[in-house]
Every structure is written in C-alpha cells, then in structure tokens.
Design a protein around this ligand. Structure first.
Ligand SMILES: Nc1ncnc2c1ncn2[C@@H]1O[C@H](COP(=O)(O)OP(=O)(O)OP(=O)(O)O)[C@@H](O)[C@H]1O
Length: 748
C-alpha cells in the first residue's frame, strides 16, 4: 500500500454517473496519476489517498485508489487554490484571492460558521454568501457520509448510490435497519446488507434481518424460475440462510403479509407464499387472458372458400389439425397452437396471417427474442418484432413495473393498434412479459399463442405456456404430424424420438445428426475444438461463430466456464494486435464471442452505417443476446460489443460483468435461438440437469447439423430421464379458479 498526500492539480476524466475519476495529484515528491471512485473531489483540493501502484500498458504508472480523504485546506495558499479552482460555483481565482486576503487562515472557519461575513468581501452579496456556505456544507456532508460508509467496508461505488438514495438519513438507516437497503438500492442484496448489519452490531435474530432474509429467499426462488414457494420450502431455505429456527420465522411471514409484501394462499391443502407483486401479476394475467377469450361469430362457408384459395396460392393442403388451428384462431379470442419441430406451426401461422389479411384486419406478429423474430419475418414475409419492441419498452427508470426500471409504452392506457396478435416461441415467455403483453392487447383482439411446450420453460419466472395449456380453459390445438419427415431430417425425427423417450440409432450414418464417440473429457474437448474450428463451418456453410457449443452445466470440465476458456484460446488466441480486459468473469479480448447475461433495459445501442454514422438508435440488451467484442478502449475504459443486426453497445468496464464468453453456452441460454450447427459434449452431470427436456431443447436448436460428442450411454440416459426440475407457478390454478368463478357468477 502506498499513501500519497498533495492537492488535486487536474481532473483528467470523470464519469459523472458513478464517480469514477482519473486525476493528477501534485504531491511533494512529484506528480502522480490516481484512478478510482472519487466522486466529489475537486481540482485544488488537498487529498490523502491510499492504494496500490500499477503500471498501465498505455498510461504508465498509476495509483489505484482504495481509500481517500479530502482534508480541509490549512495554509492560505491551499485555501486560495481550493476556492479559486472552480470547486465552489461563483468563485473564481480573483474572488478567491480577495476572500483569502480578507480572512486569511480563518477563511474556512468563516465559511462554515459565519458565512454571512463573506458579504464583507467586495463582489459578494448576502445571498451569494449564503449560497457559497450551502455549497461548502453540502460537500462536507457528502464527504463525512463517505467516510462513515467506508467504515462498514462499503465500496466507494456503492457508497455513492447509498448516499444518493438516503442523503443525511444514512446514519439512522445504517445503524437501525441496514436491510432496508436491500429493498431500496439496486446492487445491495440481502448478503451485502447482512455484512453491513454484522459490522453495525445488529443481532442475527433481529426482526428486520429475518424479514429481509425471508423476502430474499423468495426472490432467489423467482430467479430460479419459481413464481411462489411452498411455505415449507421457503421456511426451510430461509432458516438455512439465516441460521434461525423455522418456528421463529412463521410469525414474520404473517407480519410481511400485513405489510402487503407477501401473499399466502393455499394450494393442494398446503400454504404457499408469493411476493405480493408476483401474486397480483399472476392473478391479473389470468384475468386478462380469460377476458380476451370470447367466441367470435364465424362464417364457415367463407372460411372454407378462403382457405381453399390460400391453399391453392401456397400450393399446399393443410392437414386436419392445421385446419382446426386456423378455425380456432378465427372463432376464438385466445388460441394456443403447440407442436414439436417440423409439425407445421409456421405454415399454420402463415395461413392464419393470410386469412386475417384478406379480412382486412390489423395484425401484429412478435416473438420473445430478436433471432426468433427475424426467423418469423423470413418465414412469413410479415414483419415480426420482439415482444419488447412491439410493446415499445422504455429503458428509463421511473414508473417501475417490476423493480428493474421497465416501462412499456404500450399498456392498458395505450394498447396496441391491432385486431390480431400472434406470438411465436411462446415457451420462452415468462410471467412478466406475458403480463405486460396482455395489458397491451386491446379488448376485442384475438391472441394466438404458438410454441413447443416441450422446450425448457422460460429463463424468467413462470411456466406460462404449459400452465395455459394444462389449465384446460383454452382451445389448444396440438400439431403432431411431422411434415419435415419427407426431407429425411434426422434432427427432426430424433427430436421426436427424444420427446417420446425412444432410443436413437447411434450407428446410423446420418447427414445431420452425427455422433462422435469419445470416452473421456479431454478427448471430448479436442473433438469439439476440431469440429467448431475446422469440420463444421464448411459442412454447414457457416462461419465459425455460427457453430454453437452447448452444454447442460456451468461447472466442471465440460461446463460452460471451462469450455469457454479453452475455446477462447483456440478460436481467439492472445495477440499483440488484440486488446484485453480482465472482467469479473475472466479475460475479454477483442474479437471474442460474447453473450449478455442479464436484461439491461437502459443500455443504449446504435446501428451504424459503413462510415460509422448512426442510422438507428434504441435502448435495451437482453439476457441471451449474442455478439462479439468489436473494440476495447483502454483509455475510456469501454468495451464495444456488436450484437445481432449490427447493434453496437458500449459497456463501461464496471459493467463488464454483464458479458460472458459465449463460445459455449448452457442449453438454458440457447432457448429460442437456432444455429446452423450445434455441438453438444455429453459425458456425465447432475441428474436434475441431465434430462430429456434439456437434450430435446438442445437438439432442436440446430437447423442443419447436430453433433453429439461423447458417450452414447450418457446421451441415452438423458433421453430416458423424464424427470424435470420442478417449477412453482400458479397460473394454471388461477385460470381454473377464474373459470370456476365465472361459471358460478353465470349460474347465480
Ligand atoms: N400441410 C402441409 N403439407 C405439406 N407440407 C407441409 C404442410 N405443413 C407444413 N409443411 C412443410 O413442413 C415443413 C415444416 O413446417 P413448418 O416450418 O411450418 O413447421 P414448424 O413447426 O414451424 O417447424 P420448426 O418449428 O421446425 O420451424 C416445411 O417444409 C413446410 O413447408
């Protein structure tokens, strides 16, 4: 650790949002560059800073500041330099000189204690004197708060956020209920608050702690895809987290219910617990969906005539189920069409679109991901958008809808201008998005939901598509005939075999479903590298980055983390020409294939033309979006990533934790995307993950070729394992209750 004292000569760079600062410090022993979060340091101020010296490849020696303190200027020279530096608005060098000439070493005390006397200086009015005093006091408060927060081991970055949220109230909040921060401040979770509470001497059985821990456990459940948790599971997990017996917690659940933060219901005779927001989200989703599902009068003769016309034009004949699907879409407010790959879903959507177009209805077509939307556009010739874009989401915080600053311009007050809304890849739609979508679908519009219910459920919470189907309250058409069979696609045929748990012919010479037998992890990795780098790109006529490696796990030799490190070495090795940055997830290098790993609604993107001039702008990058590192700027500390469709996003280094290498991805993250070729290494793994549902999803991501590398027995074991990870979601139950209620009302 080195300690430097001096005064701030020059602020070289400052990020006003997070206080990240590069400055030049004039110390007795010379001039130094200091880097760190120093939000309210101004030029001219005396500073004491502690940190580690590092040598930056471009900018040379720098002190990376871990702690700093702005000391009050003592001698007249320092006082004059400080006041004249522009740190206090309204005072320039000449006024500073006059003030110091008058009050000398007493200047700072006068500003603090008798600010009205500043008016004795020529050029300062009484009002001006008061404003100067207020500014100096505000800076002093902020500084004190920073010092106070640092005692609790809070990083400077977080300290700024906490101060911005609470101002002078931080002292009481931190010492009485630091858990409040977990509710109010993004970036402070229960664990951070708990650390702080420990330092503040708060007891482990404090009411605040237990309540915060219960809520945190529930939200962890949401992150894992559950909408609620059975009370028993909640208490067990919260008890483990808090080290407090379950009996001591039940009363707190009731308190949280009274505070309207939790809702307790009964399902199958057991109490279940929702975070209130999710309960109402699920309930309203059920209500809106039920309300939309009205019967529309149908002219059967017209339908038959028009369908024949469409079939003649398209040169195809719909099968019975496809016809049924079209008829349902015409006659009902809500229709669900589900089926595996190649069962004619897209063809059915196409016919429905043509039909409604002939009726002159206004149609909206959307899918949950950009890739899926693009595929829809290509397959139907109608413009399809992502659901987010269709709903015109705004990344600006304010009217918070589910706590992360999301707001959709299209909602109940400003619904979509549509008579028909078709959503594809419904299996990926979570409860948030379904709720947002339904708010924007106008009363009287038809909603057609299309998807493959056997895919893994959405990454976000809920089991929307399956719940809608299993509720039994809507017209669901299941397409089962495999049309693509005639094209001899083993991907499609094997996907259906996997779905029904049949065994696969591993010895068959197939063009698109290849099995590369390897017995151990190292040989599997070697074969994977050769396939991605050399064999598959020419085979499927695609670029190396279009070949996607997928694996069930994150950890382990064949987990995403390890595979990414190895594939990075082979596909984008270090070079003098490529800049690098070490992010929380490892090294990012120019040219790397990366994935955005959480929804960032605020991130700004732009699409530039070949002269670098922006031609389109917008906000939002989403969990699962893939791109590559186009440029690393070590001076402005930014990573420029280009995503699909040429969307470029700049990430400050501190936000690099939103990016992960994507040479290999988990099957969960692959949902909704399709790739020309997919490589799946298979050896062993946790039984919960190694299941049929997962391998089915993985295989159906491939358009032209699937390559399984490993042991056939391990693959077959996955096909045989029909167990699934349990998801606690109650949309089906809500829908059933709603229908029951409606029936009761009608019978009254
Ligand atoms: N009624 C039909 N008669 C003849 N061919 C059909 C019929 N319906 C669909 N097909 C053909 O079967 C193939 C698969 O259909 P489609 O793309 O509509 O299925 P899908 O369920 O959307 O498949 P995927 O989910 O794999 O994209 C296409 O080549 C399509 O032209």
């Amino acid at each position: 650790m080195a300690v430097l004292t001096g005064y701030v000569e020059h602020i070289i760079y400052r990020n006003e949002e997070n206080g990240y600062t590069v400055l030049e410090l004039a110390a007795d022993s010379g001039s130094f560059t200091l880097v760190g979060t120093m939000p309210m340091v101004s030029e001219g101020e005396p500073l004491e800073a502690e940190g580690e010296f590092t040598t930056h490849a471009v900018y040379g020696e720098q002190l990376i500041v871990s702690r700093y303190e702005v000391t009050a200027p003592q001698d007249v020279v320092s006082i004059e330099r400080y006041l004249g530096s522009g740190a206090v608005k309204g005072i320039g060098p000449s006024l500073a000189a006059r003030i110091v000439k008058k009050f000398k070493r007493d200047t700072m005390r006068i500003i603090d204690e008798e600010p009205e006397r500043l008016a004795e200086v020529r050029g300062i009015s009484e009002n001006g004197a008061r404003q100067i005093a207020a500014q100096v006091a505000e800076k002093r408060d902020l500084r004190q708060a920073m010092l106070f927060l640092q005692q609790y081991g809070i990083s400077l970055n977080l300290a700024v956020k906490i101060y911005e949220a609470y101002g002078p109230q931080i002292y009481t909040i931190l010492q009485s209920n630091p858990y409040k921060m977990a509710d109010d401040i993004p970036g402070v979770g229960f664990r951070v608050a708990d650390e702080i509470a420990k330092k503040a001497g708060i007891h482990s059985d404090s009411d605040f702690r237990i309540r915060s821990g219960i809520y945190y456990t529930l939200m962890r459940g949401v992150q894992a895809g559950h909408v609620y948790l059975p009370q028993e599971v909640l208490l067990r997990n919260a008890s483990k987290l808090l080290g407090v017996p379950q009996e001591a917690m039940e009363k707190h659940i009731m308190d949280l219910v009274l505070d309207k933060r939790l809702v307790v219901k009964e399902r199958d005779g057991e109490p279940i617990v929702y975070a209130a927001t999710y309960y109402y989200m699920e309930l309203n989703t059920a209500k809106m969906l039920t309300d939309l599902d009205v019967a529309y009068p149908m002219d059967t003769k017209q339908m038959e005539d028009w369908l024949r016309r469409i079939e003649a034009e398209e040169k195809l004949e719909l099968d019975v189920r496809q016809r049924e699907a079209v008829a349902e879409a015409i006659g009902r407010g809500v229709t669900v069409i589900t089926g595996g790959p190649g069962t004619g879903k897209t063809t059915t959507i196409n016919t429905i679109l043509r039909y409604f177009e002939m009726e002159g209805l206004q149609i909206e077509l959307a899918a949950p991901t950009g890739r899926a939307a693009k595929r829809m556009t290509e397959a139907t010739g109608y413009e399809a958008r992502t659901i987010h874009r269709m709903l015109e989401f705004m990344g600006t915080p304010g009217e918070e809808e589910h706590g992360d600053g999301v707001h959709f311009e299209r909602n109940e007050n400003h619904p979509l201008d549509a008579d028909v809304v078709v959503i594809d890849e419904m299996s990926m739609v979570d409860i948030y998005l379904m709720y947002a979508l339904l708010k924007a679908v106008p009363v009287g519009a038809r909603l057609i939901l299309v998807g493959d219910a056997n895919q893994l459920p959405s990454v976000g919470p809920g089991n929307v598509l399956r719940d809608i189907i299993s509720s039994g309250q809507f017209h669901v058409v299941k397409l089962t005939h495999i049309f693509r069979q005639s094209e001899a696609s083993d991907i499609v045929m094997n996907a259906h075999r996997i779905h029904s748990g049949e065994s696969i012919d591993y010895g068959k010479k197939s063009k698109d479903f290849l099995f590369v037998r390897r017995q151990d992890a190292n040989s599997i990795i070697n074969a994977t590298i050769t396939l991605v780098k050399e064999k598959l790109p020419p085979y499927v006529h695609a670029k190396i980055f279009d070949v996607q490696v997928m694996t069930p796990m994150r950890k382990g030799v064949l987990g995403v983390e390890n595979l990414n490190k190895i594939l990075q070495e082979y596909l984008n090795p270090p070079s003098d020409k490529k800049k690098e940055h070490t992010s929380p997830h490892g090294i990012l290098r120019e040219g790397d294939k990366v994935m955005q790993i959480r929804n960032n609604y605020q991130a700004e993107w732009e699409i530039v033309n070949r002269y670098g001039i922006p031609k389109e702008k917008g906000t939002g990058v989403f969990n699962g979006d893939m791109g590559f590192v186009k440029e690393l700027n070590l001076f402005s500390e930014e990573i420029l990533v280009e995503f699909d469709e040429g969307k470029q996003v700049r990430y400050p280094f501190r936000q690099a934790d939103e990016l992960e290498l994507a040479y290999a991805i988990t099957v969960h993250k692959s949902q909704g995307s399709e790739y020309p070729a997919v490589v799946i290494p298979v050896l062993t793994g946790p039984r919960m993950l190694m299941n049929r549902n997962l391998i089915y999803t993985a295989v159906t991501r491939a358009r032209k070729c699937v390559c399984i590398v490993g042991v056939p027995e391990a693959f077959q074991a996955m096909v045989d394992n029909a167990e699934e990870q349990k998801r606690y979601s109650g949309l089906n139950a809500c829908l059933e209750e709603m229908a029951q209620w409606k029936e009761n009302m009608e019978n009254l």
